[in-house]
Design a protein around this ligand. Structure first.
Ligand code: GLN
Length: 423
């Protein structure tokens, strides 16, 4: 391996240094390469790109554009929740929490699943707290995948970490396309994707980046297929409370699903605390213990003062939960109207932070190039959907753009006014 020291530390910008750096990276063996490649982050010249979220947030910071790219709110969540974390730090809740998470948070997660969905969890055995949904996903996939020929089925487009972790685990990613404009999976596509090689069906509902929500026909077909092929269903429900027209339904509540389903969520979106990274995974104790076997060697534990705060959040009254959904629905409508006025075609999302718009009516043929130019043209940052799909499917999503609605109303109004200049 060539020296990794001063050359790189001094400057990464000269052409010779860049070439040396890339060569040094290429020679580093290990699983990092297939992880980056799985997420589509290796350039044709072998260079490693940052994630689309890092790239677009850096672009927004550099240009001063309004960041409707990376999905994070620009307002604080409920003050009662923030206050519990402050008090916890002041009162010495600063050491390792128990490996499965503090008992009170696990109890509040069980109460939440019962209150909203009628699911009955044993907080001692059926729940573990994780470093965000991201760690829960990584631990679950690393726990369940890994034999030769293992496959994982995901809806495409997909959140970036799915493909990265599937690749890290050495599994083959099999995708079920969600098509413009309603992004509902086709039942035949689903049936064709799931086989005896399928170890995991990973279902993100409400869905990032499309904002689509599944219906019971799809959920029940997923359960039937998982049962027939002996696969585990892993869900990603981080937008469970950000739904606009109908209540969220966890797959775990459907007949026959509980015993083969791991349900993942997190406090980041619900309580506008994306930086706290308090997530959880729940399901039958043997599956949860298999995940714990991996999770305990990823982070072991995290966020001790934030855990009691999220427990408080999960116990807030119904008005809080309907309030956040209503506020985001208003923002979705504002963003959608602004995008239509600017000349986009818009797919109206049923949930999540996001709205997908087609830039084709604006003469756009390549949404990635359009997004790179957008800060200059209109002072707004957005994300091309091609960042969420496998290379072979990029043409199908070539003109689609994801905009985040989780920003202050005045910010969305300003973004809409800037985008109207495109027309
Ligand atoms: N979930 C956020 C989004 O989709 C980004 C999180 C991240 O940056 N990894 O925008």
């Amino acid at each position: 391996m060539p020296g990794m020291g001063p050359d790189y530390a001094i400057s990464l910008s000269g052409p010779r240094t860049v070439a040396l750096y890339r060569e040094a990276m290429r020679q580093i063996p290990g699983a990092w390469h297939r992880t980056a490649a799985g997420a589509g982050l290796v350039g044709s010249d072998g260079s490693i790109h940052p994630t689309i979220f890092a790239e677009m947030s850096a672009l927004a910071a550099r240009t001063g554009a309004i960041n409707l790219g990376q999905g994070f709110p620009d307002e604080d969540g409920p003050s009662e929740v923030l206050e519990v974390a402050r008090a916890a730090i002041a009162n010495g809740v600063n050491q390792y929490p128990p490996g499965r998470g503090i008992p009170d948070l696990r109890a509040s997660i069980a109460e939440h699943q019962q209150r909203f969905y009628g699911l009955r969890l044993d907080p001692e055995r059926d729940v573990i707290v994780t470093a965000g949904a991201t760690e829960a996903l990584a631990a679950a996939l690393l726990a369940l995948l890994g034999e030769p020929d293992d496959e994982i089925v995901v809806l495409e487009p997909f959140y970036d970490s799915y493909a990265a972790v599937a690749a890290l685990a050495g599994a083959r990613l099999v995708t079920v396309p969600l098509r413009w404009p309603d992004f509902r999976p086709d039942l035949d596509d689903l049936r064709a994707a799931v086989t005896d090689r399928t170890r995991v069906i990973l279902v993100n509902d409400p869905h990032n980046p499309t904002g689509a929500m599944l219906d019971d026909e799809i959920r029940d077909e997923i359960v039937r297929l998982a049962d027939r092929h002996d696969a585990v269903i892993v869900t990603d429900e981080v937008y469970e409370h950000l739904v606009f027209d109908r209540p969220h339904v966890p797959i775990a509540t459907r007949p026959g699903a509980w015993e083969r389903t791991l349900t993942i969520s997190s406090g980041g979106k619900t309580f506008s605390t994306t930086g706290w990274k308090i997530g959880w995974i729940s399901g039958p104790a043997p599956l949860v213990d298999a995940v714990l076997a991996v999770k305990q060697f990823l982070t072991y534990v995290n966020g001790s003062p934030f855990q009691p705060a999220i427990a408080t959040g999960l116990r807030l009254d119904d008005a809080f939960f309907s309030g956040i959904a209503g506020a985001l629905r208003t923002k979705r409508d504002l963003l959608g109207a602004g995008l239509r006025t600017a000349g986009f075609e818009v797919s109206t999302p049923a949930g999540s932070y996001f709205t997908v718009a087609d830039a084709r009516p604006l003469g756009v043929t390549d949404a990635a190039a359009f997004c790179r130019a957008l800060p200059e043209r209109a002072g707004v940052v957005a994300i091309p959907l091609t960042a969420f799909v496998t290379p072979g499917r990029r043409p199908d999503y070539a003109t689609l753009v994801r905009f985040a609605a989780c920003k202050r109303v005045d910010v969305l109004e300003e973004a809409a006014s800037r985008l109207s200049a495109l027309g």
